[in-house]
Design a protein around this ligand. Structure first.
Ligand code: HEM
Length: 291
């Protein structure tokens, strides 16, 4: 039976590594991908393939495309595509380190690592600002409908949008508490939604039911820190990339000129889309790519 990579439907783990790879010039990735398929169970290790990789294999994955870059209204949203994305999930930093080295060695014939981000779960699943993240995620059957494709040929697969955001915490913390709550649109104290928050409030911009069609995604974002730097690895799974893209456009003010208040204190450093193949028999099913 073909199923989605199970971690997509699970809560975020205590620790994770986000790793991206580029394809080495002049190499055939088939051998590396077959080796990778055996190492990816979709639960401890989640994998996503970028447009550059699927297109060079000569197989179109319907709906997969490069991440759109955007510049305007004082904002730059970069597109930083990659051939391969891995999300290593666990609870022991040493085990994650060794698992990642093993995978790197297995796929080194065709792939070279381009970025590695260590991420973690903060409290009950909070952004590093302290605000709970993931409250309005669809659950159960609704999560499956939002995150898993039923399109013939790629049924059981998912798409993911990944952006590393860097927060300016000093700037955020310099705002009064109500100003911070109004940025998010929820109160830090009890996580309640603020009905009369400004239109720029993040949850007003992204309210999933307010789109036509409704734009539900399953968010599994995790905070990162590096020395004094910090932010969020925003991670949203969808049955297609359309819901995420509609939300991002709204955040940027493309429709009405109102930009998301999040931009008062945080910026995306990266942005990429990946196709997350299904799992069959406990390993990655790459049959849609002829592998
Ligand atoms: C630094 C970046 C971001 C931070 C810190 C952040 C934080 C949050 C927080 C605290 C909430 C409220 C609780 C919840 O329902 O999860 C939320 C909601 C949400 N965010 Fe974000 N977010 C970020 C980026 C994004 C991006 C880039 C998107 C999509 C383009 C997005 C989509 C959503 C959606 C769909 C909701 C739920 C809205 C609803 O239906 O109520 N977020 N986010």
């Amino acid at each position: 039976m073909t199923e989605c990579q199970p971690a997509i439907l699970q809560a975020v783990p205590p620790l994770a590594r986000y790793v991206t790879y580029t394809l080495l010039p002049g190499t055939d990735p088939a051998v590396s991908l077959r080796a990778l398929a055996k190492l990816v169970d979709g639960e401890h290790t989640v994998a996503g393939l970028g447009f550059s990789l699927t297109s060079m294999l000569g197989h179109e994955i319907e709906g997969l495309r490069p991440f759109p870059e955007f510049s305007g209204f004082g904002l730059d949203v970069p597109s930083t595509p990659a051939a391969l994305w891995l999300w290593l999930r666990g609870k022991d930093a040493g085990e994650l380190f060794h698992r990642q080295r093993e995978i790197d060695a297995e796929i080194s014939g065709a792939f070279r690592k381009t970025q590695l981000i260590d991420a973690f779960k903060h409290g009950s699943g909070r952004d590093i600002t302290g605000y709970e993240d993931g409250t309005e995620n669809p659950r159960g059957k609704k999560a499956v409908a939002a995150a898993v494709s039923s399109v013939k040929g790629i049924a059981g697969s998912s798409f993911v949008a990944v952006q590393q955001w860097e927060h300016d915490l000093a700037r955020f913390n310099a705002m009064p508490q109500t100003g911070r709550d109004h940025c998010i649109g929820r109160r830090l104290s009890d996580n309640e939604e603020i009905d009369d928050a400004p239109e720029s409030a993040h949850v007003k911009r992204t309210a999933q039911e307010s789109f036509d069609p409704e734009a539900f995604v399953v968010r599994r974002s995790m905070p990162w820190t590096e020395g004094t730097r910090c932010g969020l690895v925003f991670t949203a799974f969808g049955s297609s990339l359309d819901a995420f893209e509609a939300q991002l456009r709204r955040m940027l003010g493309v429709e009405d000129g109102t930009t998301d208040a999040l931009f008062k204190f945080t910026r995306p450093l990266t942005g990429a889309y990946f196709w997350c193949p299904p799992i069959k028999g406990g390993r990655l099913d790459l049959s849609a790519l002829g592998l």
